[in-house]
Design a protein around this ligand. Sequence first.
Ligand code: CS2
Length: 492
Amino acid sequence: MTTSVLDQLHLSSDHLRAANASVTQPNYDRTRLQTGIVHLGLGAFHRAHQALYTEKVISEGDLRWGILGVSLRDPRVPDVLTAQDNLYSVTERHGDEARTRVVASLRGALFAPRDLARVIAAIADPSVSIVSSTVTEKGYSQNPASADLDMDDADVRHDIAHPEAPRTTLGVLAAGIRLRPDSSPLTLVCCDNMAGNGDTLRKLLVQYAGQFDPKLARRIETEIGCPNSMVDRIVPAATPASLDWAAARLGLRDEAAIVCEPFTQWVIEDRFASPRPAWEDAGALLTSDVRPYQAMKLRLLNGTHSALAYAGQLCGMETVADAMADPLVGAFARRLMLEDLRATVAAPSGYDVTSYCHDLLKRFENPTLQHRTQQIAMDGTQKIPVRWLPALRESLAAGVERPLLERALASWLHYLATGRSDSGAALVISDPGAEALASLLRQTGNDVDAAHAALAHGPVFGAQPWPHAFVERLALHLSTLRQGGMKTLLAP
Ligand code: CS2
């Protein structure tokens, strides 16, 4: 791209007027923007969430908070962004309504394996006071069941042996922090969908650093801020169709264009060890305890999302909106959320959880978001222990059955075991932890043994045994799925 997105947007303003589109453009002098934030994980979610809150803070005149974005695994996003002067558009869309904003808060986009020295130097720079992250649940090298650092992970072992040439998120963070001058305050803001995400990040980082530098581990434990945060916005991965739609709307090709829902929420614990952007002025809620918000969102939104994803995959439904529109799958998702999951959630103070659920269901129905069930189905061995299993454990311990949630769990196991939709189409399963669990399910001769074998898989289901009656119910669902598929399992 020879002219920047910004220039092209100016050039195409007639087109935008003709299309009656509202496009908000940066109102500040980008050349005066400083880098105050390093962000790890440059996916669409960060660019449509934290980068947008930060954009609004910068627009209010606080130019300290430009973001240096870092991709750890994939050079494509940094390459595309660099070619566009790190500018991109975000369009919030529901039905006929659409609003676009050009985001200029990114000051650079690096690919860690290629630009490692620059990434580490940026984290070490005292003028950076926030390092935030969206690297997905599996990006923190955590064993999901023990919740500790995964010492069996080859990359973790590599980084412990070579802390100055890290490959992992923890390794990159520790390498930068190690080089930061004493008394240069820093806060890490973990924005991934994990319960107690900030506490978890701190614990894992301390465990990691403790392997080779106890002084660094102490420093991380005592000096660095790690607030928990709850992030929410549905941001589907871009598709050729969404890029074409954005191009038609903008009158130019933005290869990093994002089309997402209008809803956005960010709740952050006010436990910063360093200066921070006034994100509350951009709509974030700063609070003393984020855990009730996290549990509500992870169980109700993400928990139902995962159920829609596996049911949708098995029934050949491409998007969440398709699955919601199906009489059986849509009704299953509604009841799972409003009955089984809702019953396990304590409302954050002043919250009406039932109306939160109804809003969520409308968000899932958004017909203009192409949110693919295959995308949400990814990494189930990391997501299910966060989204479903705590609710299930608590309920079973109290002697309560959760029939919808138990069906959802069976559908995930069946999806892993067969790798096929109910009509026989091969499914793409993207989850490094899946095969170990799937092979246990496939090796066993009958459904009771299969259910036992799966639930004994510690990395996902933990070490504590599951009640026998529950195992039998799960086996019955597996057998229904094998014989009649998902629709039979959900039939009234
Ligand atoms: C989704 C989330 O892909 C997934 O697993 O459940 O990305 C979800 O869209 C976001 O957490 C919404 O805030």
